[in-house]
Structure formats: structure tokens, C-alpha cells
Design a protein around this ligand. Structure first.
Ligand code: CLR
Length: 454
């Protein structure tokens, strides 16, 4: 058992330069010109950015991917689906307090990461520019996890609502079982005045396609007194729709599992504390969108292209430098108060004294605390701090399309705001060379550059 003493790479724990203050005023003056545009068309000054590409941000789903390994190791299908559900929730934890806009990936941009210490590898690729769609494929000896995301933006007066469309799929290899779910809605409040704050709400429906089990989790809206801020509640069901377990927690902190009877006892003894998910109202979808030019159909994207790339990429990682050539030749040509108080700048605080504590609950997942200096670095988690780390070794293995090689992101990491703004344009110029080689389609290019530069 001592053969496990493999020494893993040490990752950096902070960014090169801290951010001391970020002036959020003035966001509205930029955003009001963006009415009706989708995410990829919003060109904001980099002060509102965080030094990560959206592809890197998606990689943050993997922070607690050991939960999938745990799921794969369970013999009972009921345990397996609960750990997959815990993973689905944990994947959203890093969004807490993160109010920077990640950089829009360019079409064909990739991001790949191997974390031997956590035990996975991942490849992401921007597969469509308009609408912006990102696809990813991750695996380990225990599972495969892949999906695609198309974040649909909608301004609803003083809030910005984001519907991350797309399907996420997990396959547990020991059991040859597939699970799928879709993401919940996100919302950034106080776009016009007051302090920005972020919440996620809606129903997360996780289906086990080979076990006849399913999980329905209700991500609650903060509500008028914010007693439900970040809160999640739901059940595991069998085919007959009988409740098998009660799941509850906060996407920022933990997910626990309790017996359905213990939960029912709990609501009888604490009647006012919460509204059972069954009685929760379905979310009213506002149809008063000011925008109509966002396509409504969202195609399902099989990350076939990236799977191919993935294999050449992993070859380059596992073998010597000869493998690297496979990848680089492929791209060689390239270069807690009511919302009403927003005017006073009050952000709701999560009230943990209201945390439910049901007898004999099992903790499925618990978030790691962020480093105490996290606020100085865009509220990044330790996992996020290392996403843009680049040493010479890695630099030589990566294809030129990798997000880490984007000079605009790199400049922002160094807090060179002016430089980052300029580099945004240069990054586009670099992409011109790549696109010309790869597609030979100049018209396509012109369209992309036109949209990105306005
Ligand atoms: C949330 C988790 C989803 C995928 C996803 C899609 C879009 C992301 C969102 C996540 C997090 C919040 C996000 C959003 C796009 C823009 C928005 C990054 C990762 C930021 C906070 C908007 C900031 C704009 C202000 C500066 C005005 O599965």
C-alpha cells in the first residue's frame, strides 16, 4: 500500500498579482448597448473580466470529480446516483461570489488539463461562435464525463439571467451506466445599481438511464427574506416515482442525504422552516424578453472533434516529445436582505442558523474552504488559481490554440489592464492566420472579426 507514495506536481496557490479593488460602477453604461446581444457579442472593457477563458471556467466542473470515482466504486445503484447528484451540485460551487466575466473563447480555441492528483484529464473546445457553444470531454479509469454548454443570456431589467443550455453526460465505467442532466439557471442581480450578486435556481433533473432511478433537485430562489439563498432540496425516485431518499444542502457548501421518513418527521417538528419541494411552484419563465435575435433551438453537440483531439493530446502527455508533434502539427499554421434593497447595496447573506439538520443524514459532498486571500484573486478557488499556470514544459506540449497562450488573459493576470485590452485585438489577428489555414474561408473569418471587434 506504500506504492501509493507518488509525488504529484505542486500547483500554484495564487495568481501572480492580486486585485485590490474593482470598481463595478459603470457596468450599466456598457451593458445598455448590449441589449439583445448574446454573450459572445458583448465586448466589455477587461476590468469586468476575470483572467480565465470560459473553457477554463467549464473545467472548474471537475474540482470535485473524485465524487464520480466514488460513485463508480459503489455497489448499490442508489448510492451511485446520489454521488453523481453530489457531483452535479459540486460542479456549481465555484460560481459562488464569482462576478467577473470570463473571456469569450475564439472558435477553435482549446483548453486541456491533466490533474493526476485528482485523477482526470479534460479537453475543451469552442465548437461554435454564433451561438457560442463550448464542448468538453473528460475521463479517468472510472468514468467519462462530457457535455456542451450554450449560455443564453437575457437581460430582465435590473438582472442578467443566464440559461446554460446543453446536456451533461456521465458514464460510470465499472457499471456501464449513463446519467444525464441539464444545468440550472443563473442570475446576476443589480446590473444597474447596487452590489452585484449571483444566484442559481431551477430544477436539476438527473436521469439514470440504466438503473430506473432519477433525482430531482430544486435549486431555490433566495426569496424575499433570503432564507432560501443557495438552498437545494429534492428526492431520489425510482421508476414508480416513489421517493427513496431526501437530498438537501446548499450549492455553495454541502449536499446531504436523509431517509424520507426522517425528513417527514423533521417537517412535522419544524413546520415553518421549509416548503417541501413538491409544493414549490414551478419557475415562471418570463416571456417578456427584449430580445428576439437569439436562436431558440439549441442543437446537441457531440464533441466528436474534440474526442479525436483528445487522443492525440493524451498521447503527447503520456509519451515523449514525439507525441507532441501530433498535436502541434494539427495547428501548426496558427499562431441576506430582500432584493428590494439593492439601491443600498445590500447583498443577501446566507443564514446558516436555518440549516436543516435531519437525523442520520449522510454527507455526500462538502465544499473545501476557499483560501482566505481568495477575494484578492477574483474569488478563485485553489483549483481555479492553477488553471492558467504555464511552465516551459507545458508550453511546449500545448497546441497553439490553448487558452493559456492567449496574451489578453495573460496580461490581465498580471493586472496590465491597458495591455489586456489591446491584446484582445491582437489575439484576433493571431486567429486570422489560424482560420485561413484551417478553413480557407475568408468570409467566415470576416464575420467573426467584425462581431468581436464591435
Ligand atoms: C455557471 C455554471 C453553468 C455554466 C455557466 C454558464 C455561464 C456563466 C455561468 C456558468 C457563471 C456566471 C457567468 C456566466 C456567463 C456570464 C456570468 C460567468 C459558469 C458572469 C458572472 C457575468 C458577469 C457580468 C457582469 C460583470 C455584468 O453550468
Amino acid at each position: 500500500s506504500t506504492s501509493n507514495s507518488k509525488i504529484f506536481k505542486q500547483y500554484r496557490c495564487r495568481l501572480p498579482v492580486p486585485v485590490f479593488s474593482r470598481n463595478e460602477s459603470g457596468i450599466w453604461s456598457i451593458l445598455k448597448h448590449c441589449m439583445g446581444k448574446d454573450l459572445s457579442k458583448i465586448t466589455m472593457p477587461v476590468v469586468f473580466n476575470e483572467p480565465l477563458s470560459f473553457l477554463q471556467r467549464l473545467t472548474e466542473y471537475m474540482e470535485y470529480s473524485f465524487l464520480l470515482q466514488k460513485a463508480n466504486e459503489c455497489d448499490d445503484p442508489l448510492d451511485r446516483i446520489q454521488y453523481v447528484a453530489a457531483f452535479a451540485v459540486s460542479a456549481l460551487a465555484s460560481n459562488w461570489e464569482r462576478l467577473g466575466k470570463p473571456f469569450n473563447p475564439l472558435l477553435g480555441e482549446t483548453y486541456e488539463l491533466v490533474r493526476e492528483d485528482i485523477g482526470f484529464r479534460i479537453v475543451c473546445e469552442q465548437v461554435s461562435h454564433h451561438p457560442p457553444i463550448s464542448a468538453f470531454y473528460a475521463d479517468s479509469p472510472h468514468y467519462i464525463f462530457h457535455g456542451s454548454i450554450y449560455p443564453k443570456l437575457k437581460f430582465c431589467g435590473k438582472t442578467l439571467e443566464i440559461k446554460p443550455e446543453g446536456m451533461l453526460t456521465v458514464k460510470l465505467l465499472r457499471h456501464d451506466e449513463t446519467y444525464t442532466w441539464t444545468n440550472v439557471t443563473c442570475c446576476v442581480h443589480n446590473i444597474i445599481v447596487g452590489k452585484l450578486w449571483f444566484e442559481q435556481y431551477g430544477m436539476l433533473e438527473l436521469t439514470g438511464h440504466d438503473t430506473d432511478l432519477s433525482v430531482v433537485l430544486n435549486f431555490k430562489q433566495a426569496g424575499w427574506f433570503c432564507k432560501d439563498l443557495h438552498r437545494i432540496e429534492g428526492f431520489v425516485y425510482n421508476k414508480q416515482k416513489t421517493k427513496l431518499r431526501f437530498l438537501y444542502g446548499k450549492w455553495t457548501e454541502y449536499l446531504k442525504s436523509a431517509e424520507v421518513e426522517a425528513y417527514e418527521d423533521y417537517i412535522h417538528t419544524h413546520p415553518k422552516q421549509f416548503c417541501p419541494p413538491d409544493r414549490a411552484q414551478p419557475l415562471s419563465v418570463q416571456n417578456t424578453s427584449l430580445f428576439s435575435n437569439i436562436p431558440t433551438s439549441s442543437p446537441v453537440h457531440t464533441p466528436k472533434k474534440i474526442v479525436e483531439k483528445f487522443h492525440s493530446f493524451t498521447r503527447s502527455f503520456s509519451s515523449s516529445s514525439s507525441g507532441c508533434k501530433t498535436v502541434s502539427t494539427e495547428f501548426s499554421s496558427m499562431l441576506s436582505m430582500p432584493v428590494k434593497d439593492d439601491v443600498n447595496g445590500i447583498i443577501p447573506k446566507s443564514d446558516s442558523s436555518l440549516s436543516l439538520d435531519i437525523l442520520n443524514s449522510v454527507i455526500l459532498w462538502q465544499a473545501d474552504p476557499r483560501p482566505e486571500y481568495s477575494a484578492e484573486y477574483y474569488y478563485f478557488t485553489l483549483f481555479a488559481m492553477a488553471l492558467n499556470e504555464l511552465d516551459d514544459d507545458l508550453r511546449h506540449q500545448l497546441p497553439p490554440t490553448d487558452s493559456r497562450l492567449r496574451p489578453d488573459i495573460h496580461k490581465l493576470e498580471l493586472r496590465d489592464i491597458g495591455g489586456s485590452n489591446k491584446k484582445k485585438v491582437n489575439t484576433l489577428r493571431l486567429m486570422i492566420g489560424f482560420m485561413l489555414e484551417a478553413t480557407g474561408n475568408e468570409n467566415f473569418l470576416l464575420v467573426q472579426i467584425f462581431f468581436d471587434s464591435i
